[in-house]
Design a protein around this ligand. Structure first.
Ligand SMILES: [Zn+2]
Length: 177
């Protein structure tokens, strides 16, 4: 799984591994009257994330990481919030479509690692279910997906409970085109 990049005349050809890394970051505000959906899993909590779709901040970060690694921009480019088709959408469907777009460009998922940043609710017991749901949407083995949770120690908007943030990285393998 490698391609030979053209090098200067007379120089040994450099072997460039056909892998690409991408990153995604997302934030949504916590509000009353919404379910809290993280990684496709409904987490019991007194508030939920506001947004045009289901506002699944974790899944959005993962989608952006996949699209970023494939050089395909971000979620807003493919699923704009101005489009009524995506109102209330299940974000795992964005994940499936992001993987399909990356696949059309010649890439397959190597692995995904993501972290949710919030103090409340505590997410530890839900992480395996989030991992399984994201892996299914990405079409990969759960061993290729790692979801962790990080407390904000009371600092900033995540620490105050005003919102939740998520960051993700994705490694793609393949030849691209
Ligand atoms: Zn989002």
């Amino acid at each position: 799984m490698s391609t030979e990049a053209p090098g200067p005349a007379g120089a040994a050809h450099a072997v460039v591994p056909a892998v690409r890394v991408g990153q995604g970051i997302d934030v949504h505000p916590l509000v009353d009257g919404r379910p809290l959906v993280l990684g496709g899993v409904v987490v019991p909590f007194e508030r939920g994330l506001a947004g045009h779709s289901d506002a699944d901040v974790l899944t959005h970060a993962v989608c952006d990481a996949v699209l970023s690694a494939a050089g395909l921009g971000d979620l807003g480019r493919h699923f704009p919030a101005s489009d009524p088709r995506w109102a209330g959408a299940h974000s795992l469907s964005f994940c499936r479509q992001a993987v399909a777009l990356a696949g059309e460009a010649g890439w397959t998922i190597g692995n995904v690692a993501a972290t949710v940043v919030c103090d409340r609710p505590r997410l530890g017991t839900y992480l395996p279910a989030m991992t399984a749901a994201l892996a299914a949407a990405l079409g990969v083995d759960p061993g290729q997906v790692q979801v962790t949770a990080k407390a904000a120690e009371g600092l900033g908007f995540t620490g105050r409970g005003d919102g939740i943030a998520a960051i993700a990285v994705c490694l793609l393998a393949g030849r691209g085109r």
